[in-house]
Design a binder for this molecule. Structure first.
Ligand code: CA
Ligand code: CA
Length: 341
C-alpha cells in the first residue's frame, strides 16, 4: 500500500455501517465523470462456444422468498417472506471467471466501464498502485479507494495482474458490463428471485446454501463453507478460510443444486432494479410469478455478499440478503453469473 491517507479515524464506524458496508455505493462516491461505454460487438462465431461454464438445471416451482430470521438490515427489504413461483431455468454453476471474461474481451474488444472511467474501487489492504493513482475514499466506507488503473485485468491497480487467477471470478465489472457479456454470450442475468431460489439449493427457508449454521468444522478442510472475512474488519483478516480476496470459483462445496459460492467470494449482479419495497408489493399482490423487480429505479440488485462480509457488521452472506449499487459501479468484490435465455 503506497497511500499515506490516514483512514483509521473512520474504521471504528465499521460496525455501524448498514447499507454501504460491503461495497462502495455508486461511482460518484469517488469522482464524477462522464462515460461512454462501447457496446459489445457481436462476432460471427458460434454462441455455443462463447460461454462454456458448467450448467445447472434448477426446477421451477413455488418457494418462500425472503428472510424468515430476524438477522437482516430492515432497510434492505428482506421481508416479508412471500410466495414466488418460478419457471424452470438453467444457471451457471459458478460465477463468470477471468478466463471467461477474457474470451469475451478478446472477441469483441469490449471496454469495461472501469476502463472507460479510468478507475475502480479497490480494498485498502490489497492496493498495488502508485500514490498518484489514489483518487480518494468514500467517507462512509473508507476501506475502499478509488484507484486509477484498476480494472478487471488489474484488480488491485496498475501494478497487479491476473497471474494464477484465470479460474477466479472476474471482478471490477459493472452491471452494464455484465449485460454486455450476456448479450455477446446469448445469456441473461438471473432475476433476484431466480438467484435466491438457486442459492437455496433445495433447502427451503435455510439461512445459508448448506443449512442454518455458519460454522461447519466437518465441511471443507478449513472448516469454512464460504469465503468471507474472519478477524477484525477492515484492518485484520486472519485468513481462516484461506482467502483475503477472491477464491477460485470451485472452492468449498456446491449447494444441493450444484451451484458454487453463491454466498461469499464475490457479490453477484442480478437483473432487477432494487427497491426495499419490492417484497411488500409482491406479497400484497398475491403469489408473484417470475417476478422481475420494480419498473423504475436507479440501482440494480446484488446478491450473496463477498470475501469482505463479516458477521460483526455486514451479515449479508445469506440466501435472503439483499444489496444494490448503481449499474455503472465496479469494485474488486463484485462479479456475476448468468442464466440461459
Ligand atoms: Ca476469506
Ligand atoms: Ca457469490
Amino acid at each position: 500500500m503506497t497511500s499515506t491517507h490516514d483512514h483509521h479515524d473512520h474504521m471504528s464506524d465499521a460496525r455501524t455501517q448498514g447499507a454501504s458496508c460491503c461495497a462502495p455505493v455508486g461511482r460518484a462516491a469517488f469522482v464524477q465523470r462522464s462515460v461512454a461505454v462501447d457496446a459489445a460487438r457481436g462476432q460471427a462465431d458460434q454462441e455455443d462456444d462463447r460461454h462454456t461454464i458448467e450448467q445447472v438445471s434448477v426446477p421451477g416451482g413455488a418457494f418462500a422468498m425472503g428472510n424468515p430470521f430476524d438477522d437482516g438490515f430492515h432497510a434492505d427489504g428482506e421481508t416479508p417472506v412471500h410466495q414466488v413461483e418460478l419457471s424452470p431455468f438453467t444457471i451457471d454453476a459458478t460465477s463468470v471467471t477471468n478466463a471467461d471474461f477474457a474470451k469475451f474481451v478478446d472477441a469483441t474488444g469490449y471496454v469495461t466501464e472501469a476502463e472507460s472511467f479510468g478507475f475502480s474501487a479497490v480494498f485498502h489492504l490489497v492496493l498495488a498502485a502508485d500514490e498518484d493513482d489514489i483518487l480518494g475514499q468514500p467517507p462512509q466506507t473508507p476501506w475502499w479507494y478509488g484507484v486509477r488503473g484498476a480494472d478487471w485485468s488489474h484488480p488491485e491497480g496498475r501494478h497487479s495482474d491476473l497471474a494464477d487467477r484465470a479460474d477466479h471470478p472476474v471482478v471490477h465489472v459493472s452491471w452494464n458490463d455484465a449485460q454486455a457479456y450476456c448479450a455477446w454470450a446469448g445469456r441473461r442475468l438471473p432475476t433476484e428471485a431466480e438467484w435466491e431460489f438457486a442459492s437455496r439449493g433445495g433447502l427451503a427457508g435455510a439461512r445459508y446454501p448448506w443449512g442454518d449454521e455458519l460454522g461447519a468444522r466437518d465441511g471443507d478442510q478449513t472448516g469454512w463453507r464460504a469465503n468471507i472475512w474472519q478477524g477484525d474488519f477492515p484492518a485484520v483478516n486472519t485468513l481462516d478460510d484461506g482467502f483475503l480476496t477472491t477464491a477460485p470459483v470451485r472452492t468449498f462445496q456446491p449447494n444441493g443444486y450444484g451451484l458454487w459460492q453463491t454466498v461469499g467470494n464475490v457479490w453477484e449482479w442480478c437483473y432487477d432494479l432494487f427497491s426495499p419495497d419490492t417484497y411488500q408489493l409482491d406479497a400484497a399482490a398475491g403469489v408473484a410469478r417470475n417476478p422481475r423487480g420494480p419498473e423504475v429505479g436507479d440501482l440494480r440488485v446484488m446478491r450473496g455478499g463477498s470475501y469482505l462480509c463479516h458477521d460483526s457488521y455486514c451479515n449479508r452472506y445469506r440466501n435472503a440478503a439483499r444489496s444494490s449499487n448503481t449499474p455503472d459501479s465496479s469494485m474488486g468484490n463484485a462479479g456475476f453469473r448468468t442464466v440461459a435465455r
